[in-house]
Design a protein around this ligand. Structure first.
Ligand SMILES: Cc1cc2nc3c(=O)[nH]c(=O)nc-3n(C[C@H](O)[C@H](O)[C@H](O)COP(=O)(O)OP(=O)(O)OC[C@H]3O[C@@H](n4cnc5c(N)ncnc54)[C@H](O)[C@@H]3O)c2cc1C
Length: 388
């Protein structure tokens, strides 16, 4: 049985508690651990299912555009991701990408852009993607070189994006490209590019250890209307960071979901596996391990919901989001590894829940800012206080 006592914490409101139990009931009924090999089809179906269930209304902002509220409810997004991740990594992925892929539009789009894209995202009728990383600009994302040149009322995009989740199945991509108003991060703008725009090509599909749609994109004289720019020229990096403030915290929540599932699986196995005339859970070594796992999960949950709550109160959460992501993803990796160990040989059999979790968690320590990047962010924020 999953531990839901954290739902009583003061970071959450009653509507969050109701949402968590609704999503849990929906997920128990609709989601399966194993999905088969065709991740494109499965992801398209999951987006439709999430849309039909009304859950994607939490991924966007603006009641007028089909959202639950006029601003993004970070705690709702975290609860959704945590719960979906407990049941299915791909369902969490499908939900998260609708939010991350459309986040820049929710936060900084024009009313026309919102009207055109957000209602379809919220209904699961359009699949969204977020394209900032490049082969030579990952952690150092401000070094991106994909170029956007304004010509009259058009923009011409040239360059590459890589590691793009939903690449190949997305209906539109929010692309961050260099427009050159100033050096580095101040010379980047954000654009919405429909997937069928001539000059945008899926150059390569990328297979990863926990498969999901992922691709490298090539832009070759790809022309889009200037009205597809999100926000002011040169504001793209700020818009990307505002989007990541929400979704980085939600990566921590997804890691929590994986870790909670691993603890459930570990307890189930430890209390039933007979050995040496007792069960695995009767050994104090096992009990110590279970205690560590539960404490790691609670520490991560406290940091995650603190960050989400602070953001929902209107605060900047650069430090808190980084602490939550670092602690939750690194902690979940340890919790899941301990669960695999308790399952013994069965723990490494393909598609066993703990084996799947072991693969699912790995990329979370790398994307949306690797753990080392989070450490640097936390230290920078700390040192700022001393330097004044
Ligand atoms: C599964 C997956 C999905 C993704 N989805 C998307 C997406 O949808 N959209 C998108 O735009 N991008 C996406 N990414 C890209 C992701 O954000 C980058 O992979 C990430 O930012 C790291 O960049 P990199 O891979 O180029 O690694 P690098 O930048 O080469 O970093 C390699 C390693 O160096 C270390 N490191 C980095 N900086 C420092 C430092 N300052 N000091 C010490 N060590 C450091 C870290 O351990 C890091 O993992 C995805 C990546 C993966 C793996």
């Amino acid at each position: 049985m999953a531990d839901t006592s954290y739902l009583q914490w003061p970071f959450l409101d009653d509507h969050h508690r109701r949402l968590a139990s609704q999503v849990d009931a929906w997920a128990a009924h609709h989601l399966r651990d194993a999905h088969g090999d065709d991740v494109d089809t499965v992801c398209r179906q999951l987006v439709q299912q999430l849309g039909q269930a009304g859950l994607l209304t939490h991924a966007i902002a603006g009641k007028a555009y089909g959202g639950q509220g006029d601003s993004i409810d970070t705690r709702a997004i975290c609860l959704l991701r945590e719960t979906l991740a407990r049941y299915s990594g791909l369902a969490d992925f499908a939900f998260a990408m609708q939010g991350l892929g459309s986040g820049a539009i929710s936060l900084a789009g024009t009313p026309e852009q919102k009207q055109r894209y957000l209602p379809r995202v919220a209904k699961g009728e359009a699949i969204a993607a977020f394209a900032i990383s490049e082969p030579n600009a990952g952690s150092d994302v401000a070094a991106l070189t994909c170029h956007a040149q304004v010509e009259g009322d058009e923009v011409i995009l040239n360059g590459q994006k890589t590691w793009i989740s939903n690449g190949g199945i997305a209906d539109f991509y929010v692309v961050f490209a260099r427009t050159g108003e100033a050096p580095g991060s101040r010379g980047i703008s954000a654009f919405i590019v429909d997937a069928d725009t001539p000059g945008l090509e899926i150059a390569e599909r990328i297979d990863v250890i926990a498969p999901h749609p992922l691709a490298r994109l090539q832009f070759s004289n790809c022309r889009i209307p200037l009205e597809q720019r999100i926000g002011a020229p040169g504001e793209g990096f700020k818009i990307a960071m505002r989007t990541l403030d929400v979704f980085r915290t939600s990566v921590a929540a997804a890691a929590l979901g994986f870790a909670r599932r691993a603890l459930d699986e570990a307890q189930a196995r430890a209390t039933t596996r007979k050995m040496f005339n007792q069960t695995l859970a009767d050994f104090q070594l096992t009990q110590a391990r279970l205690a560590e796992m539960a404490t790691t999960i609670d520490s991560a949950a406290l940091l995650t919901y603190r960050a989400a709550w602070l953001r929902d109160q209107g605060n900047t959460i650069t430090r808190e989001a980084a602490m939550a992501k670092l602690t939750a993803t690194e902690g979940a990796q340890k919790v899941i590894d301990a669960a695999v160990q308790m399952w013994g040989g069965l723990g490494v059999v393909s598609e066993q829940p703990v084996e799947r979790l072991y693969r699912e968690i790995r990329a979370l320590r790398i994307y949306e800012g690797a753990s080392e990047v989070q450490q640097l962010i936390i230290a920078r924020e700390l040192l700022k206080q001393f330097k004044g």
